[in-house]
Design a protein around this ligand. Structure first.
Ligand code: MN
Length: 226
């Protein structure tokens, strides 16, 4: 588990995302973080993340999770993210990797159902229980054969049949952040306000950033690109 790819892709002088660090001894902890971030980049998608060995294993799910056990949602595995990323909500400047708005759509804990998580990941069949604010019950991630050039990165996220299964579209019925209760558009708009206050030279108001990293000035951001 390494954050090298995560760090390679980002410029932390420009992006408010956490630079993060791997945490040790995570596998002996009782509670493992689970988070889904709704991310409007070039395409809207949901980033599904499970803590394992001190980092967040991450999959980009274009259509988001479905509570319907008959629906299989494509989940492309992406680079491991730092645990600190689980609290990140805000705007990644345009032109940066993943540029766009990020919301913490769901968060909680996950419990492996597979006895050996590492072996399950290797095999491509990870069963687990989610204890989030929105998603609960039993799920599975199954590696699938081939979409495009990275077949080993293609997985399917599927709800198991249990009392939490449903045919309602939870991405539609529960669109707001579990951190701030905001919609994506509201997160984007709040960020715009911060940049405008900074640009008008009112440092007190500019400091009132709701979520992004405190102490990092938004003054450096290029307004022309927006
Ligand atoms: Mn993303």
């Amino acid at each position: 588990m390494s954050l090298d790819k995560y760090k390679e892709k980002r410029n932390f002088q420009i992006s408010p995302e956490p630079s993060g660090k791997p945490h040790s001894g995570a596998s002996s902890k009782r509670h493992l973080l689970y988070v889904i971030q709704k991310h409007r980049a070039s395409q809207l998608h949901y980033d599904f993340r499970l803590e394992f060995r001190g980092v967040l294993l991450s999959w980009a799910v274009p259509k988001g999770p479905s509570l319907d056990p008959s629906v299989k949602r494509l989940a492309m595995q992406v680079e491991d993210h730092p645990l600190e990323y689980g609290n990140f909500e805000g705007v990644i400047p345009e032109g940066e990797y993943g540029g766009g708005t990020v919301m913490v759509w769901d968060a909680g804990e996950w419990v492996p159902e597979s006895a050996n998580v590492e072996a399950a990941l290797e095999k491509g069949d990870l069963k687990f229980t989610l204890q989030g604010k929105k998603l609960q019950g039993s799920w599975v991630l199954v590696r699938t054969r081939g979409f495009g050039s990275k077949p080993d990165k293609s997985w399917l996220l599927i709800k198991h049949r249990d009392k939490y299964a449903s045919d309602k579209d939870i991405t539609v019925s529960q669109p707001r952040s579990v951190l701030s209760k905001r919609l994506l558009a509201e997160i984007a708009r709040d960020n715009d306000g911060d940049i405008e206050r900074a640009a008008t030279g009112d440092p007190e108001k500019a400091k009132k950033r709701k979520v992004a990293k405190p102490g990092k000035s938004p003054m450096n951001k290029k307004r022309a690109k927006r």
